[in-house]
Design a protein around this ligand. Structure first.
Ligand SMILES: [Zn+2]
Length: 166
């Protein structure tokens, strides 16, 4: 059964529930897109689709500075990782495996790879070796919340001292 409700009928390379599922509460990070099957590095995983909007919203991915694909069924649920296992080609609307992927894995992309400006900036807990800790779009400055967050992260000793005196 296809994941997109408006695409039923003849076989396509749109994603099916046999291969993928969206969990709305399955991870500590919230909703996420998961695979039921393995993919090889470099493999085409699925084609995706959606409605083209002129603004960034929750579950949109940027096609161009003025076009944002709203897909609340599939790629809109990809979680962020600074070391992702999936990459999106926003010209051909295709999703590719950039690592070996095992059944049951959460699928992740780097939001900065597609977005100039995020719907909202957020702290990253992906645990990648080069995790950027605070995620922004590729063309926007870090907001004040991000500056404060990183400042706090980078001063563990100072915090420990405050704690010791408390
Ligand atoms: Zn990260």
């Amino acid at each position: 059964m296809l994941i997109y409700p408006h695409h039923t009928g003849e076989p396509t390379d749109y994603p099916t529930r046999k291969d993928f599922f969206v969990s709305k509460a399955g991870t500590e990070k919230g909703s996420g897109l998961f695979t039921r099957r393995a993919f090889r590095k470099g493999e085409l995983m699925a084609r995706f689709t959606g409605e083209v909007l002129d603004k960034v919203r929750l579950h949109t991915l940027q096609i161009s500075p003025t076009q944002h694909l709203h897909d609340p069924h599939f790629v809109g649920y990809l979680l962020h990782s600074c070391e992702p296992n999936v990459a999106l080609d926003m010209k051909t609307l295709t999703m590719w495996a950039v690592k070996e992927i095992a059944p049951g894995e959460a699928l992740t992309m780097d939001y900065t790879s597609t977005e100039d400006v995020l719907y909202r900036q957020f702290p990253c807990l992906c645990e990648a070796k080069d995790c950027r800790k605070w995620i922004t779009g590729r063309l926007e400055p870090m907001n004040q919340e991000g500056c404060v967050y990183l400042h706090t992260l980078n001063r563990p000793t100072a915090n420990a001292k405050i704690y010791a005196h408390a």
